[in-house]
Design a protein around this ligand. Structure first.
Ligand SMILES: Cc1cc2nc3c(=O)[nH]c(=O)nc-3n(C[C@H](O)[C@H](O)[C@H](O)COP(=O)(O)OP(=O)(O)OC[C@H]3O[C@@H](n4cnc5c(N)ncnc54)[C@H](O)[C@@H]3O)c2cc1C
Length: 396
């Protein structure tokens, strides 16, 4: 598509980040998928950090050549990385989700200790919200956080699941209930917990159908104690910190979905134009045209919605002002990734479901997580409808 929303600087940046990832990530993409090669993931994260790309979201800390870095560029990074390997992209997107509250809410020494290494690409982070009884609905959160006034430490007890980067992280942002007598939204607190703190354990790493190469697992916090200054923001104000990151995460996920969708589409187009069928190119058949046309307009719609939301964020819109647009970007891009990966397999026929003939089957497996993570498609639809009908409270 003609990238409608982009300035010349944005276009130059896209080409720069694309070249960078071609050089640094593409040679490792197969090993990340096939061997779950974490050393390769770490090498590429380090290269991104050293080049300054992990700082795009934090203009006050950025030292590169862009005059106005922001979410637009971080989303381009996600899109281009997901195009090559979605598992890798989830590692950096999660590290950024961890960096975001550290940047905004950590006390200076804690911020320096945990944020700087993530931005330099020498450390990885996790965000720990989901629990067995807490997924789409945070109201059932069972993790408890209490302040021990004798030792002046925060004490965390709980069990988190589906945590990206689980066993690999250097720091965890953990949400738990500090005041069980009020609604969870009013009694939730966020704490930064360094890896290696006694009481952290990893009961299980998940074996996913796709996204192979990113470590996602369970994390248990059993009487985990961290110093007083590891509190993020204020006690009982953790829900606001959680909400504050949602718009940015949804826009980044718009970029992830777009990258996955585009990688599938390119495979489908190449195959349709090369493969002979019934004495003609496969791409000449009307039913194949239908699939190509549908992938094309869905990808353009996803791109427009994603970069509209990113540009709005960079222009200072956030919170409720951006909720509908960020949710639309996430919903349309991630559903488009599923659609395109499925249609691409269909265009390829047997080659599409065979591991020996390219990446179509991998992209199909990878794409399926996208409408679930970071707030499901159903939750995104509630957010969109809620903004369209502000007088009515959605019946969740
Ligand atoms: C690969 C992967 C990585 C993840 N990484 C992280 C991470 O790093 N940190 C973290 O905290 N979490 C993480 N998650 C968890 C993810 O955010 C949750 O899986 C997601 O929010 C959905 O929650 P759930 O799985 O408990 O499903 P549920 O909430 O049980 O929902 C199940 C289904 O029901 C639908 N549903 C639920 N409520 C309603 C309703 N009211 N109306 C209509 N439909 C509804 C949902 O949309 C979904 O389709 C990850 C998950 C995956 C799969």
């Amino acid at each position: 598509m003609q990238d409608f929303f982009m300035s010349n600087e944005d276009r130059v940046f896209r080409s720069e980040i694309r070249d960078f990832l071609q050089r640094e990530l593409a040679p490792h993409a197969e090993a990340i998928e096939r061997d779950e090669d974490w050393e390769a993931v770490k090498r590429v994260v380090r290269a991104l950090g050293q080049a300054g790309y992990m700082r795009l979201m934090f203009p006050d800390l950025y030292q590169g050549s862009l005059p106005k870095p922001g979410l637009t560029h971080a989303t381009m990074l996600s899109e281009e990385a997901a195009y090559l390997n979605y598992a890798f992209e989830t590692t950096i997107a999660t590290a950024l989700s961890c960096a975001f509250p550290l940047h905004a809410y950590a006390q200076p020494e804690v911020r320096e200790r945990f944020l700087t290494p993530i931005l330099d690409g020498t450390a990885i982070g996790s965000i720990c919200m989901t629990e067995p009884n807490v997924g789409s609905d945070s109201a059932g959160m069972e993790t408890r956080v209490r302040f021990d006034s004798t030792t002046r430490e925060w004490v965390i007890d709980g069990f988190k699941r589906y945590i990206s980067n689980a066993t690999k992280s250097d720091v965890y942002i953990v949400w738990g209930i500090t005041d069980p007598d009020v609604a969870p939204q009013k009694g939730m607190t966020a704490i930064a917990v360094p890896a290696g703190t006694p009481g952290i354990s990893f009961p299980r790493t998940y074996d996913f159908m796709g996204r192979r190469g990113c470590a996602v697992g369970e994390v248990t916090f059993d009487n985990v104690r961290v110093p007083e200054d590891h509190l993020l923001g204020e006690e009982n104000k953790g829900f606001r910190i959680m909400l504050g990151a949602f718009n940015f995460e949804r826009v980044i996920l718009g970029g992830s979905g777009l990258g996955v969708a585009r990688s599938a589409f390119d495979i489908a187009k190449a195959h349709a134009q090369e493969r002979d069928s019934f004495g003609q190119k496969l791409g000449q058949k009307q039913l194949i045209w239908d699939m190509i046309a549908q992938m094309s307009w869905r990808i353009d719609a996803a791109e427009l919605l994603t970069y509209r939301a990113a540009k709005m964020y960079d222009a200072g819109h956030d919170g409720k002002e951006l909720m509908r647009e960020a949710a639309q970007a996430k919903l349309v891009s991630t559903e488009t990734a599923v659609f395109c990966s499925d249609r691409t397999v269909q265009v390829l026929g047997g080659d599409g479901v065979t591991r020996q003939f390219g990446r179509a089957e991998q992209i199909y497996r990878d794409a399926r997580a996208l409408p679930i993570v970071g707030g499901s498609s159903e939750m995104a639809k509630y957010l969109i409808a809620a903004r369209e009908m502000p007088a009515i409270k959605p019946n969740l």
